[in-house]
Design a protein around this ligand. Structure first.
Ligand code: SF4
Ligand code: SF4
Length: 285
C-alpha cells in the first residue's frame, strides 16, 4: 500500500483510486510552493522593456484594463479577465499571458501597475503564504470561518471556491471552514460585480457578522465589475458596498490565489483587534 503523496511531505486526506489502493492527494500549498497546472491563465504580464507605448492593445481590451497616457502605461491587474486578446494586438510582443496566481493585494491601488514604457516592468507579486495556518491558529484560535456570498457572479469563481473544500486543496487542514450563516463568520468572501439586487443582501450579511470582520473581493467582477462594469444592473465592485480587506484578481482566480488572498486579509485582522473594535467576540442575536 503506497501512502506517499505526489508532493514531498504531503499530508492530509486520502482517496481511493478504485483499486483498493490509497494515496495522499492533498496539496502542500502554502507550506511549500505547489506546481500549478499550465491550463488556466490568471492575468497578463507586460514587458515594459519591449513596450513602445503605441497603445495598439488598448482598444481591444474588453475591460479597459490597459491604458496608455504618453510615456506612462498602466495595467490594471484587477480588471484583467485574462482573455488574451491584447497579446496578438501588441506588435512588439510586450504582452504575454501569465500563469502566476499570487496576485492578491490589500488595496485596489496596488493592483494597478504603472510603468514608464521602455523601462523594466514590475508585476505585483506577494511571497508565498506559508504562515497561513500559524496566523489562523494565533488570531482565530485555529479556526477561520468564511461566509461565501455570490453577489451575481457567473459561477466561475464559485467553481474555484468550491474546489477549496475538496481533497486536493483541503482548506480545513489550514483551519478554514465555510459556514452557512454570517453570524458564525469571521470573513465574507464575495464574488460577482455585485448586482444591484444583491446590495442590500450584502449589507445585511456584513451587519450580521460579529466584529471585527474581514471582507475579500474575489475576481475581476468583485474588484471592479469585470466585463459587466458600467452596466445598469451592477455597482462595479464590492468596495462600493463594503470595506474590502483584500482583492483577489483573476477570472476566475485559481484556488492557490484564493488561499494567498486569504492570508493577506487575515493580516488585517490583528490591526482591527488592536483598534479595540472587538476585545471580546460579540454575539449577534
Ligand atoms: S488579457 Fe484581456 S482583459 Fe487582460 S489586459 Fe489583455 S485584453 Fe485586457
Ligand atoms: S471574475 Fe470572471 S469568473 Fe468571476 S464572476 Fe466575474 S466573469 Fe465570472
Amino acid at each position: 500500500m503506497d501512502m506517499r503523496g505526489d508532493e514531498p511531505g504531503s499530508v492530509g486526506r486520502t482517496v481511493e483510486d478504485g483499486r483498493a489502493r490509497r494515496r495522499v492527494v492533498t496539496t502542500t500549498y502554502p507550506a511549500s510552493r505547489s506546481t500549478v497546472p499550465r491550463g488556466p491563465r490568471s492575468n497578463i504580464r507586460l514587458d515594459a522593456g519591449l513596450c513602445t507605448g503605441c497603445a495598439d492593445c488598448v482598444p481591444v481590451c474588453p475591460t479597459q484594463a490597459l491604458q496608455s497616457d504618453g510615456p506612462v502605461f498602466t495595467v490594471d491587474h484587477g480588471a484583467c479577465i485574462a482573455c488574451g486578446l491584447c497579446v496578438p494586438a501588441c506588435p512588439e510582443g510586450a504582452l504575454s499571458v501569465s500563469y502566476d496566481f499570487e496576485l492578491a493585494a490589500r488595496s485596489r491601488r496596488d493592483l494597478v501597475e504603472t510603468v514608464p514604457v521602455a523601462s523594466p516592468g514590475r508585476v505585483p507579486e506577494e511571497a508565498a503564504a506559508a504562515r497561513l495556518r500559524e496566523e489562523i491558529g494565533r488570531l482565530f484560535r485555529g479556526s477561520l470561518h468564511i461566509r461565501e456570498v455570490d453577489a451575481g457572479s457567473c459561477n466561475g469563481c464559485e467553481v474555484e471556491v468550491s474546489s477549496l473544500s475538496g481533497p486536493y486543496y483541503d482548506l480545513e487542514r489550514l483551519g478554514i471552514q465555510f459556514v452557512a450563516s454570517p453570524r458564525h463568520a469571521d470573513l465574507a468572501m464575495v464574488t460577482g460585480p455585485p448586482t444591484r439586487h444583491m446590495v442590500e443582501a450584502l449589507r445585511a450579511t456584513y451587519e450580521a457578522m460579529p466584529g471585527p470582520k474581514l471582507v475579500v473581493a474575489v475576481g475581476a467582477c468583485g474588484i471592479m465589475g469585470g466585463p459587466f462594469a458600467g452596466s445598469y444592473g451592477v455597482v462595479d465592485g464590492v468596495d462600493r458596498v463594503l470595506p474590502v480587506d483584500a482583492y483577489i484578481p483573476g477570472c476566475p482566480p485559481r484556488p492557490e490565489a484564493l488561499i494567498q488572498g486569504l492570508l493577506l486579509a487575515v493580516g488585517r485582522f490583528e490591526r482591527k483587534m488592536d483598534a479595540g473594535r472587538r476585545p471580546q467576540r460579540e454575539v449577534v442575536p
